[in-house]
Design a protein around this ligand. Sequence first.
Ligand SMILES: Nc1ncnc2c1ncn2[C@@H]1O[C@H](COP(=O)(O)OP(=O)(O)OP(=O)(O)O)[C@@H](O)[C@H]1O
Length: 317
Amino acid sequence: MSNGTGYGGYGGLTGESAMEAHAVGRRYRRGWALRDCSFRLPAGRICGLVGPNGAGKTTLMSIAANLLEPTTGTLRVFGAAPQSAEAGRRTAFLAQEKPLFKRFTVAETLRLGRELNPGWDQRAAEDMVRAGNVPFEAKIGTLSGGQRTRVAFAVAFGKRPDLLLLDEPMSDLDPLVRHELMSTLLAEAAERGTTVLMSTHMIAELENTCDYLLVIAEGGLRLAGEVDELRTAHAVLTGVHSDGRTPPEVAYHTVVETRTSGRQFTALVRPDGPVSGGPWQASTPNLEELLLAYLRSPEAPPLISPSSYVAPQAVAA
Ligand SMILES: Nc1ncnc2c1ncn2[C@@H]1O[C@H](COP(=O)(O)OP(=O)(O)OP(=O)(O)O)[C@@H](O)[C@H]1O
C-alpha cells in the first residue's frame, strides 16, 4: 500500500508533518496507557483527539509536549524530538490543570511568559485577557476557574506556537466564553497556519471546528485522517429488518456498528462495494454519527487514512 504521505520529507509532496508517531507506546505500572500508535498529523490542521476516559489522550499529548517519555517508539514534532529546543519553542501545551502561579498577578504571569519565550507576542496575550475583562492586577489565586483558563490561553497564545496542544482546556468555561475563545482560537490558527491538536468529549462541537481527527480507545488508534476523508469512507445503511441478525448484503461490507430500534435497522459500514440500490438507504455519516459508532464499537477494525499513514518500517532514529 502506498502511504501517500511523502514520509521522510517533512515538507514533502503532501506537506509538512506537525507530528509523526512511530509505534509510540507508554506503559505505567498498571499496564499500557498507549500502545503502538503510528500516525502523522499534517501541519496546519485543526485536529480533534477523541476517546473515552482513560483512552490515552493526555498521555499522547504529554509525550508530544515532552512531559513524558514514550516506553516504545518515537514521536517527532515538526521533525524534531520533543526534548529538543526547537520542538519546545514551537509547541505550547494547555493541560486540564492550568499550571499558573497562584500568587502572581495576571500582569506578572504574562511578564513571565515574555521572559521565557523568545517569540513572545505581548499584544496577543493582553488582548485575550482584556476580551474577558480580567483585571491585570488580580492575583491568579483570586480568579474564577474560567478566568484562569483564559489567562492560561493567553500565555499559550502569547508564545505564538506552531503546534498548540489543548487537553480539554475549555471544560470549565461557560458556553458563551467557550464559543468566543474557540472562535478566537480558530481565527488565529487560520491566520498563522497553527496546527491544533485538541482533546475533547464535546463531540457535537467538533463538527464546526476540526478538519482532522484522531480517535483512540484503550490505548490504540482507531481512526485517523481528514474529517471529510473519514466520513466519505463510511456509509450509514438503514432499512426495515427485525430478525436481529446482520443481513448478508450489509455483512458483505466492513461493519463498524449495527443497531436495531423496533423494525428499523441501521448499520455504519466501510463499503467494500456499491451501497446504493437494494432495500437499504445509504447516506454519508456526519461526524457525530461516525465518532459515536467507533466509540461504541472498540472492536471495529481501525482506519488510518492515507494522509495520516506512516509506513511501519520508517522508524525515525
Ligand atoms: N501517572 C500515571 N500512573 C499510572 N497510570 C496512569 C498515569 N497516568 C495515566 N495513567 C493511566 O493511563 C491510562 C490513560 O490515561 P490518560 O490520562 O492518557 O487518558 P485520557 O484519554 O486523557 O483520559 P480522560 O478523557 O479521562 O482525560 C489510564 O488508564 C490511566 O489510568
